[in-house]
Design a protein around this ligand. Structure first.
Ligand code: SAM
Ligand code: DTB
Ligand code: SF4
Length: 320
């Protein structure tokens, strides 16, 4: 089956197409994904984003995967919004280590007036260091998105997390449509969209593929697509979820690459569970971005030294 690029607004992907891709023989799927990848990117470049949690825990939402929800006893130490110096120091370290994008995350349902002003100042400071800026702060109002854009925000991360039908099993305190509305608000403000989801939360394979179809049908598709494997944190309702089969995960990446030819597909949370060979297969399948640095938001990530070594072994360079 030939698959056209999602560069024309009228092209809508559907679940049947995603399933037919997913069910192809592994070698055929990876070959197609690699072809699409090469048409759109230097296949040996990986984009490096570093995360910093600027406000930790005590979140009112009930996202079943999240150690930062106030509803679950995860033993996390709650921290107020960091001061700007601490954030800029972390951004300088990230830049010195080779990251090109710095993503600030806050455990909020949505930012309030003063909080947004403080984050806007951080964005301005990070941008002035010569880094791309990204923030993930929850739901946004149009004027807040405009303020962030004015401050120099390049990307806003807001994940759909899963398929629309599985979503109520994961989160009840805000709707799937709320997520789409925020994504629209971000897009309208002229900020690039970073939007992906999580696999390994007990969803079906069709849920995973439907999530990719929904992402691909955003018009345009998100510029960045983080694919997280659940980090099962003790104390959360999902603490006992089983890890995703590595080959299934690689196939999800390949389908994401084919459905979203021009998007950066990011190997995100849960990467440290994958051995080097699995990560290499993910890159072959079209992943071309990682979270880089020892910490995600509250959980551990791969060692930066190990990532540099793996990239060198694979002949990969960091994207500018
Ligand atoms: N509070 C904001 C929000 O929910 O949009 C921003 C921070 S929130 C932690 C950002 C994203 O991290 C979530 O949408 C989810 O996709 C991901 N995430 C959180 N906990 C995770 C976990 N345990 N495993 C994998 N991904 C996770
Ligand atoms: C995304 O999709 N994954 C990142 C980022 N966007 C903000 C967050 C992963 C969080 C993993 C659990 C934690 O460290 O708290
Ligand atoms: Fe709060 Fe975001 Fe965690 Fe949901 S994912 S509980 S909104 S920090």
């Amino acid at each position: 089956m030939s698959v056209r690029q999602n560069t024309v607004d009228s092209i809508q992907w559907d679940l049947n197409l995603a399933v037919s891709l997913y069910e192809k023989p592994f070698a055929d799927l990876l070959f197609q994904a690699q072809q699409v990848h090469r048409e759109n990117f230097n296949p040996n470049e990986i984009q490096l984003s570093t995360l910093l949690n600027i406000k930790t825990g005590a979140c009112p939402e009930d996202c079943g995967y999240c150690p930062q929800s106030a509803r679950f006893k995860t033993g996390l130490k709650v921290e107020r919004l960091l001061d700007i110096e601490t954030v800029l120091d972390a951004a300088k370290v990230a830049k010195a280590n080779g990251a090109t994008r710095f993503c600030m995350g806050a455990a909020w349902r949505n930012p309030k007036g003063k909080q947004l002003a403080a984050v806007a100042e951080m964005v301005q400071g990070v941008k002035a260091l010569g880094l791309e800026t990204c923030a993930t702060l929850g739901m946004l109002e149009p004027e807040q998105a405009a303020e962030l854009k004015d401050a120099g925000l390049d990307y806003y991360n807001h994940n759909i997390d899963t398929s629309e039908s599985y979503y109520p099993e994961v989160i009840t305190t805000r709707k799937f449509q709320d997520r789409l509305d925020t994504l629209d608000t971000v897009r309208q403000a002229g900020i690039s969209v970073c939007c992906g989801g999580i696999v390994g939360m007990g969803e079906s394979n069709d849920d995973r593929l439907q999530m990719l179809v929904t992402l691909a049908n955003l018009s345009p598709a998100p510029e960045s697509v983080p694919i997280n494997q659940l980090v099962p944190v003790p104390g959360t309702p999902m603490e006992n979820c089983e890890p995703v089969d590595a080959i299934d995960f690689v196939k999800i990446i390949a389908v994401a690459r084919i459905l979203m030819p021009a998007s950066r597909i990011r190997l995100s949370a849960g990467r440290s569970e994958f051995d080097d060979a699995t990560q290499a297969l993910c890159f072959l399948a079209g992943a071309n971005s990682i979270f880089y640095g020892e910490k995600l938001l509250t959980t551990e990530n791969n060692e930066a030294d190990a990532d540099r070594e793996l990239m060198a072994r694979l002949g990969c360079i960091a994207a500018n």
